[in-house]
Design a protein around this ligand. Structure first.
Ligand SMILES: Oc1cc(-c2ccc(F)cc2)cc2nccnc12
Ligand SMILES: [Mg+2]
Length: 214
């Protein structure tokens, strides 16, 4: 059966990283995807910005939209305090299967709940089915045309509170212009842009931090 790129990333991690060591998992995914096959992980340059914004937020409850292979999931979970809750949503079952194995290999299985499904279906279930009250930190890294509707859905479902951080990947490449215009002009967010580069490439990209005013 012909394997996928995501399965090759997983194999490289299983064969080269150290079980239970999140940083070695992160470094080996970056090594494979920079030297062998490009893949849409947030990467190490934007990953460092993600680390810093996350540390500043020191969140109790985190949501990630777009798990993919679990690279940013591992980056986030490794920095969470004991008892913090972390939910990540992936609609592609093959991606979710790889992510679960990478998260488990990193030793972070007990810190993360991988939810398979469409974000527009899962977000309205977070309060009742997943017992979430408010989200302190949301990492938005799925399809660019879902950034705005999903952010508005988070608001509508009462999941954002004063100080909730929404951090979005790829606001330059591929770009999320409607999302950027909304968070920067609707009056409900304080926005900061973090210029960087597209993972494993020289093209420009950026993260946008939008802090909900409540
Ligand atoms: O970080 C990313 C990069 C790209 C991407 C694809 C192709 C290019 F040419 C450039 C950039 C797509 C993404 N989709 C979902 C989540 N994250 C993504
Ligand atoms: Mg991305």
């Amino acid at each position: 059966m012909s394997e996928t790129k995501e399965q090759r990333v997983l194999q490289f991690v299983l064969q080269n990283a150290i079980r239970g060591d999140p940083k070695s998992v992160i470094d080996n995914i970056d090594k494979y995807c920079s030297q062998r096959e490009w893949a849409m992980n947030v990467g190490d340059q934007k990953g460092l910005i993600l680390d810093n914004v996350l540390k500043e937020s020191n969140p109790n409850t985190v949501l990630e939209l777009g798990t993919y292979c679990g690279y940013s999931t591992v980056r986030i979970a490794r920095l969470l305090k004991p008892g913090a809750r972390f939910l990540t949503v992936e609609f592609n079952p093959a991606f979710a299967a790889v992510a679960k194995q990478i998260i488990e290999f990193a030793g972070l299985k007990d810190k993360v709940q991988v939810i398979e499904g469409n974000t527009q279906d899962i977000i309205p279930q977070l309060k009742k089915k997943y017992e979430v009250d408010k989200l302190d930190f949301v990492f938005v890294d799925h399809w660019k045309d879902k950034y705005l509707p999903d952010t508005q859905l988070l608001e509508k479902c009462g999941l954002l509170a004063k100080g909730s951080v929404v951090l979005a990947d790829n606001v330059i490449t591929p770009g999320a212009p409607e999302f950027l215009k909304y968070v920067r002009t609707c009056g409900r967010y304080d926005c900061t842009n973090y210029p960087s580069f597209l993972e494993y490439m020289d093209e420009r990209d950026a993260l946008e931090k939008a802090v909900f005013r409540g």
